[in-house]
Write a new protein. Structure first.
Length: 317
């Protein structure tokens, strides 16, 4: 349990994609070149089967295959140092199954979204749910994945941490993908006596506001754009740490502009994941389209998308 208490992720974690064949089936063979790409751009920590990874569009078997393959090509090769597996699903039974599998496969930590259909009506319901998931992995660090824009669960996470630390021994932090910076700074100052620095490990998940998240006290960033503009993101972190906010803002604006274009095409294609995968193709690593009901861009849409990215600074990434 001591290893859980001291577990802390810093720097960048790429929220990884799930490569797909043209018929919508997962393509495990593309993980090897994908993993090498991440290593080449300085990414050594990943968050898999989350929103970017289309986790809730995959079967249990597919999600387990993704975990096993990432462990094989990433951890065993030494290119990936830390793997966090998102195990949240539509029902508790599946989440527990995925949590047990992730631990057995060799994941460094697990995370879960809240229930997505029958949503927890009160904070104590959410804490109880997370406790049940975390309890099947009693020696593995556990994160709550807070993404209210997707889940519709608008819990106050400062209060969740205050309650959760009393019930969930392995609770080490949050993947905080909310733009509520008031709640984020509250989380940073929650007293958590099981951690040496009295702070939970906060991973900020809004790419276009990473600088603000780090200033507010987040320890790391988890994002989709880190797959293709990690140099820009690394500069943001470096300059925030050095106190050069002018330089950090310049690069944050570059990310924001890229996200604005991405959101435009994400709306067109059904979700931002489709647009993000299209950017990977534009950048030279084709991971396939997103699974139905989402779709990939036509050739004309892809060409237009590329031109708009060039106009907003893609060559500076």
């Amino acid at each position: 349990m001591e290893a859980v208490k001291t577990f802390k992720l810093e720097g960048l974690l790429a929220a990884t994609f799930t490569p797909m064949h043209e018929n919508g089936e997962i393509d495990l063979d593309r993980l090897e070149p994908y993993c090498q790409h991440l290593a080449d751009v300085g990414i050594t920590q990943i968050y898999i089967n989350g929103t970017t990874g289309e986790g809730c569009s995959l079967t249990l078997g597919e999600r387990q295959q993704m975990v096993e393959k990432w462990i094989e090509v990433g951890k065993k090769s030494g290119r990936i140092k830390a793997i966090v597996v998102q195990v949240g699903a539509l029902n508790l039974h599946d989440s527990i199954t995925l949590a047990k599998h992730a631990v057995k496969a060799g994941a460094d930590a697990i995370a879960t979204v809240p229930p997505l259909f029958f949503k927890p009506p009160h904070l104590d319901y959410l804490v109880k749910y997370c406790k049940e998931v975390a309890s099947v992995a009693p020696t593995t660090p556990f994160y709550f994945y807070h993404i209210p824009g997707a889940t519709g669960v608008e819990a106050n996470i400062e209060d969740f941490l205050k309650a959760g630390v009393k019930e969930i021994p392995t609770l080490v932090g949050v993947k905080f993908s909310s733009k509520d910076l008031v709640d984020l700074i509250g989380c940073v100052y929650v007293d958590a006596p099981h951690r040496a620095d009295n702070r939970f490990n906060m991973m900020y998940g809004c790419d276009e506001k990473l600088m603000a998240g780090m200033v507010m006290g987040a320890h790391s960033g988890v994002g989709s754009t880190y797959n293709f503009m990690s140099s820009t993101i690394h500069r943001i972190l470096d300059n925030v740490q050095k106190g050069d906010m002018v330089a950090a803002r310049k690069d944050q604006y570059l990310v924001q502009q890229a996200c604005r274009v991405m959101y435009k095409y994400g709306t067109m294609l059904g979700n931002n994941v489709s647009a993000l995968k299209a950017i990977m193709k534009i950048r030279g690593l084709d991971l396939g389209a997103a699974r139905s009901p989402l779709r990939g861009p036509t050739d004309a849409e892809l060409a237009s998308f590329k031109q708009e990215l060039l106009e907003c600074g893609m060559e500076q990434w």
